[in-house]
Write a protein that binds this ligand. Structure first.
Ligand code: UDP
Length: 454
């Protein structure tokens, strides 16, 4: 598409951050904006499905290992990853901006993930505007905002701990993001999330992957502080609104899906009979937990499609067999969730998975693992009520009996009816938000208009 309005998009290079950025970019492209997505050479090598020339242009910057000279040996793997990514992007992006400007495709703005707020300096340093994209729910982001502002004191004692923050439900300790109540677990990641707000007030646009009706109160609270725009759920338009046809793509996957085997198998199953089980791109369950989950799924006596990433497969019990189950390394999740045979989603509660299920009206069993998933689980089970949250035993393990009980709760009886009705209600509201004239659709249109006018 011939256009003079051009943006650089910089996602944080994890699957859960790449997907919403790519979908936002697709929407901007449909409004006539040219998009160049930048990542490092090493990340680009692992991307499975590249977009075609009519969609997102991908450019890479050379990888820089910032820790080789005088590196601190105590850095955790995330810290190394974050520092190297920052060095590579900071070094490489200005050249990309210059290259495009000299070829007539002047870059107008940089759209960057909220966890890499230093991208705003790259934008401003090159005379561009900056749009920050938050890829976690506004509720979770606001918790980190309170930490950044020094407004939140955390006790290490779970008993009797309750926190009541503006615009949010009252939360117990373990409803907060794990990085908040277990501050020593991943200090580099905690810093990353708190630092999201370091350049927040200087950004030209603040975009949130959520929608107005979903997080009504907290969004109002946040927008009283700063102008913000909801642009979610960033689910490809064909899923969010079946009336919209045409250009879309699934995004850029860091994993190779087993598409054929999944759909051949799903096709043989009855409507709403399958439990779809996935813990996203990062979760790392213990062997004991995998064992309980595996046998719990068998004991539900239902069909299940279980995504176990290649690196996790060694944790499946050696003697595990199931006639009713199919295990795959990775799948095209949106396609699976929209399949008629899927009856519920047993999930870690990652924000993308949550929004995707919500958009497709699929009821959830949430077994949160870390970061925002605990808070997402709280919202799902107690606020939106489109799913249930598992309970752990005193050792932090979800037993096989609990797996069975939770699946039954969402798939049968009166409780299942109520949860499914709520799931359908939220689906309608999500679709409304991203359909023509809906709140998120209007916000994206306005954002695009402002870029086109710059
Ligand atoms: N996903 C996928 N295939 C799978 C499992 C996950 O395409 O087999 C996608 C899923 O649709 C979602 C993303 O990977 O968009 C996972 O993001 P989420 O925020 O749910 O979890 P994270 O991986 O960040 O923990």
């Amino acid at each position: 598409m011939a256009t003079n309005s051009h943006i650089i998009a910089i996602p944080f290079p994890l699957q859960g951050h790449i997907n919403p950025m790519v979908q936002l970019c697709n929407r901007l492209i449909s409004k006539g904006i040219r998009v160049t997505l930048v990542t490092t050479f090493s990340i680009s090598k692992t991307l499975q499905n590249r977009t075609d020339e009519n969609t997102i242009n991908i450019e890479t910057v050379p990888d820089i290992d910032s820790t080789v000279n005088g590196g601190d040996e105590n850095l955790d793997i995330y810290e190394v990853f974050i520092r190297n990514f920052r060095a590579s992007i900071t070094n490489g992006v200005p050249d990309i901006i210059r290259k495009h400007s000299s070829s007539g495709h002047h870059v107008k703005a940089v759209v960057y993930d909220s966890v890499i707020p230093w991208c705003l300096d790259i934008a401003k340093g090159n005379g561009l505007r900056g749009a920050v994209l938050f890829t976690q729910p506004c509720t979770v982001c606001s918790i980190f905002y309170h930490l950044h502002e020094g407004n939140l004191e955390i006790s290490s004692d779970e008993v009797g701990f309750e926190v009541s923050l503006p615009g949010m439900p009252v939360m117990g300790l373990k409803d907060l993001p794990t990085l908040v109540y277990d501050m020593n677990s991943y200090p580099s990641l905690l810093r990353l999330l708190v630092e999201q707000f370091s350049t927040f007030e200087n950004a030209d646009w603040r975009l949130f992957n959520t929608f107005d009706k979903l997080e009504d109160e907290i969004l109002k609270w946040m927008s009283n502080k700063y102008p913000i725009r909801t642009i979610g759920p960033t689910v490809p338009s064909m899923y969010a609104d079946k009336r919209l046809k045409g250009n879309y793509d699934y995004g850029l996957s860091l994993f190779k899906p087993s598409t054929e085997s999944c759909f051949q198998w799903l096709e043989t199953k009855e409507d709403r009979s399958v439990i779809y089980v996935s813990f996203g791109s990062l979760a790392d369950l213990t062997e004991k937990q995998m064992e309980e989950l595996a046998w719990g799924l068998v004991e539900t006596k239902r069909n299940f499609l279980w995504v176990v990433r290649e690196t996790e497969q060694c944790k499946i019990p050696k003697d595990f067999v199931s006639e009713r189950g199919l295990i795959v390394n990775w799948c095209t999740q949106l396609e699976v969730l929209s399949h008629r045979s899927v009856g519920c989603f047993f999930t870690h509660g990652g924000w993308n998975s949550t929004l995707e299920a919500l958009c497709l009206g699929v009821a959830l069993v949430v077994m949160p693992q870390w970061t925002d998933q605990t808070t997402n689980a709280k919202l799902i089970a107690d606020v939106w009520r489109n799913g249930v949250r598992v309970k752990c035993d005193p050792n932090g393990i979800v037993s096989r009996e609990e797996v069975v009980a939770c699946v039954n709760e969402v798939m049968e009886g009166e409780s299942g009816d109520v949860i499914r009705r709520n799931a359908v209600k939220w689906k309608e509201m999500a679709v409304e938000a991203v359909s023509e004239g809906g709140s998120s659709d209007t916000n994206i249109a306005e954002f695009a208009e402002e870029i086109l006018r710059t």
